[in-house]
Write a protein that binds this ligand. Sequence first.
Ligand code: GTP
Length: 331
Amino acid sequence: MLEALAVWMGLASWVQASMLAVLIIVGQCGIYLAIRTGRTKGFKDPALTLMQMVFAIVVLTLAYAINPSARGLMPMIMALVLVFGAFILPPARCWQLGWLSVFSLGIGIGLCTWQAPHIFEPRIELFHFLLPALVLPAIAKLAAQLSALRIKLRHQKDALGLALGKVHELATRDELTGLPNRRHFYELWDYELQRRHDGHTTLCICLLDIDHFKHINDRYGHQVGDEALRLFANILSTCLRAGDVLARWGGEEFMLLLPDTTPDEALKILERMRLACNTPVNWSSNPTIQATFSAGVTAQIPREERDETIARADAALYAAKHQGRNQALLR
Ligand SMILES: Nc1nc2c(ncn2[C@@H]2O[C@H](COP(=O)(O)OP(=O)(O)OP(=O)(O)O)[C@@H](O)[C@H]2O)c(=O)[nH]1
C-alpha cells in the first residue's frame, strides 16, 4: 500500500515498486500456505516468525533502495519488526535480528551509494546509516530483555502450576496409600449427590477396618505395617468398579463409596474383597503375614445428613467386630 502511494505521488518508480510488490506477495503467500497446509506443524516455531522477520528486514532494505524520497521511513519500520521478536523469539534471536537489520541496511546503503551517488549522497547516507546502527541494536536489546522476561514468567507459571498440582495432591491424597483422603472423600461424595439429584438410585457406603492390625505392627514393626496398609489398599482397589471410591479414613480404617449400588450388591462387593484378601502373600512381602477385615455397610437415605449415614456404617462395623470380625454387616 505504501509502495502504491509512493508511486502515485511520484516518489518511486512503478517498475521497481511492482517488482517489490510481487516479491512481497509471493513471499507472504508462500509463508501463509506453508502454515495453513500444516507443513510447519512439527517446527519449533510453526508460525515461522523468524523467517517472516528476516523476510521483512530484507524487503525493507530493498524498499529503502527504491524509495529514495521516503527511505527514512524504512529503519523505523525495521525497529517495529524487531519489537515483534520479544513476543515469540528467544533473547539471542532478538539480538541476532538486531544485528542482521544493521548489516542488511549497511549493505543496502553501501550498494546504493556506490551505484547511484547522485541520488544517495554518501555523506547523507552515512547519517542515514549511523542513526539506525545505534537505535536498531538498542531496540533489539530491549526486545531481548522483554523476551527473557516473558520466558522467565512462563517458567514461573509452569512452576506455579506444578506446585499447585502438588498442593492439590497433598490436600486430597493420603501419602501412604495414594488413596483419596477423608476430605477428598467428602468432596467426591458431595459430587456424587449433586450428580444423582433425582434421588431414585441407591448409594451405599462401607467402613472397613483391618482386624487386629496392632498385632502386625507389634510383631513385624511399623514399616511392615505400612507396607501391609499399602498392599491392602491395592487389593481393594482391584475390586472396585468405575465410579466406586475407596478412601483412607485414618489409621487402619478405609471407606468405600458405592454409587448406584443396593446394599445387597455392596455386600457382594465386600465379599469379593474379602476373598481377594485371603492370600497371605497379598498382604506383605513377608508371606507369613495374614489378616482379615471387618466392614459396616449402609445405604444413604435420601436427604439424610452424611454424619448420620457414617454413624450407621460405624455402628455396623462395631457390630461386625463384636460378632467375631472377618465379616461385613448391614445396617
Ligand atoms: N504401620 C502403621 N500402623 C498404623 C497406622 N495408623 C494406625 N496404625 C496402627 O493401627 C493399630 C490399630 O489398632 P487398634 O485400634 O487397637 O485396632 P486393631 O488392632 O486393628 O484391632 P481391631 O480393630 O479391634 O480388630 C494401632 O497399633 C496403630 O498404631 C499407620 O499409618 N501405619
